[in-house]
Design a protein around this ligand. Structure first.
Ligand code: NDP
Ligand code: A1CAB
Length: 286
C-alpha cells in the first residue's frame, strides 16, 4: 500500500457480503482499520464488520463526512436513495467532492452522478467497479471504469485499493463493458460453485461420501484455477492435456457437448449481462 493510501479515510455505505469481502482483504493487506468506516443498518452485519476492527455506524452521513473515498456497497435498488442522501447531506463543502466508488451492478455513471448532485449543482467524480467475492482471500477479479472527471491521483488510489484484494484488475474504456465484466467475473464465482455442487452430487451418486466428494471436487476446482492462472498453456491446451483419446475425459466432454455445453454457458453469461443492463435502465428511470 502507498503512503498516500494510508492517509485516506474510506467509507463503505452498506456492510453486506461484498463490502465484507473487500474489507477483509484490505485489512489483511495492511490497510489501517481505523481509516475504514462502514455504515450499515442491520445489527447482524454491523457486528460482522466490527469483527474486522473497522469503525462501524448506522449513519451514512457520519461515515461519509470527511472521507475521501466513499464505496457504495448497497443493492442496486437502494442506490438512488443513498446517493440522494449523500448529495444532500454529506457533500456540503465547496471544496472538491470525495470520490464515489460504486460496486452496484448495472447502475450507470450518469444515474449515480445525477442522484448524488448537491444543492449547488455539483456531482462527485465517480468510478464504477465490478469486484467479486474471492476478494475476501485477496484472489478477486475486478473490472473498473472511471468517469472523465476522475483525476489521475484518484485512479491510482482506486488501483491501490483494488490491487489489495484483486489478482486481476481490468480497466475498461467503455462503461457498457462493465456488464460483460459482471457476467464473467462478478457473478462468475457462483457458476463454479454451482458446478462443484453438481459434481459433488454426482460423486455421491457414484458411491463417494459427501465429505470425500466435496474435498475432491473443491481441490480440483482450485487446482484447475491455479493452472489457468499460472500455467503458460491456454485453457484449451490444458483441457486437451487431460483428455486421453477414447478415455474417460473424452466421454465426459462428449456428454457435455451432446447437451450443447457452449450454448448453455453462452446463454447464461448473456443472461447475466442483459440483467445488469436492465437493472441500470429500470432503476435509472425511477
Ligand atoms: N455479492 C457479490 O458477489 C457481488 C455484489 N456486487 C454488488 O455489491 C452490492 C452489494 O451486494 P451484496 O454485498 O451482495 O449485498 P448485501 O445485501 O449483502 O449488502 C448490502 C448491505 O447494504 C445494507 N443497506 C441497505 N440499505 C442501506 C442503506 N440505506 N444504507 C446503508 N446500507 C444499507 C443492507 O442492509 P439490510 O440487509 O438490512 O438491507 C446490506 O447489509 C450490490 O449492488 C451488488 O450488485 C458486486 C459484485 C459481486
Ligand atoms: O448477483 C448480483 O446481482 C451481484 C452482482 C454480481 C454478483 N452478484
Amino acid at each position: 500500500m502507498t503512503a498516500d493510501m494510508k492517509s485516506q479515510k474510506i467509507a463503505f455505505i452498506g456492510g453486506g457480503n461484498m463490502a465484507g469481502a473487500i474489507i477483509s482483504g484490505l485489512v489483511a493487506k495492511g490497510f489501517e482499520k481505523k481509516q475504514i468506516t462502514v455504515a450499515e443498518p442491520w445489527e447482524v452485519n454491523r457486528t460482522k464488520m466490527s469483527e474486522f476492527g473497522v469503525n462501524v455506524t448506522t449513519d451514512n452521513i457520519e461515515a461519509a463526512t470527511g472521507s475521501s473515498i466513499i464505496i457504495l456497497a448497497v443493492k442496486p435498488q437502494v442506490a438512488k436513495s443513498v446517493c440522494n442522501e449523500l448529495g444532500q447531506k454529506a457533500f456540503t463543502s465547496d471544496d472538491a467532492l470525495p470520490l464515489l466508488v460504486s460496486i452496484a451492478a448495472g447502475i450507470t455513471m450518469s444515474s449515480l452522478k445525477q442522484w448524488s448532485t448537491t444543492s449547488s449543482g455539483k456531482s462527485p467524480p465517480v468510478v464504477r467497479v465490478m469486484p467479486n467475492t474471492p476478494a475476501l482471500l485477496g484472489e478477486g477479479a475486478s473490472g473498473v471504469y472511471a468517469g472523465s472527471d476522475v483525476s489521475k491521483a484518484q485512479k491510482e488510489q482506486v488501483t491501490a485499493l483494488l490491487q489489495s484484494v484483486s489478482r486481476s484488475l481490468e480497466w475498461v474504456d467503455r462503461e457498457e463493458l462493465l456488464d460483460a465484466v459482471t457476467a464473467v467475473s462478478g457473478s462468475g464465482p457462483a457458476y463454479f460453485f454451482a458446478m462443484v455442487e453438481h459434481m459433488i452430487a454426482s460423486g455421491v451418486k457414484l458411491g463417494l461420501s459427501e465429505e470425500q466428494a466435496t474435498k475432491l471436487a473443491s481441490q480440483t476446482c482450485l487446482g484447475a484455477g491455479k493452472m489457468l492462472v499460472e500455467a503458460s498453456d491456454s485453457p484449451s491446451q490444458l483441457r486437451k492435456n487431460v483428455t486421453s483419446p477414447n478415455g474417460t475425459t473424452q466421454a465426459a466432454l462428449e456428454s457435455f457437448e451432446a447437451s450443447d455445453f457452449a450454448s448453455i454457458v453462452d446463454k447464461a453469461v448473456k443472461a447475466a449481462s442483459d440483467r445488469a443492463e436492465q437493472l441500470g435502465s429500470e432503476l435509472g428511470k425511477q
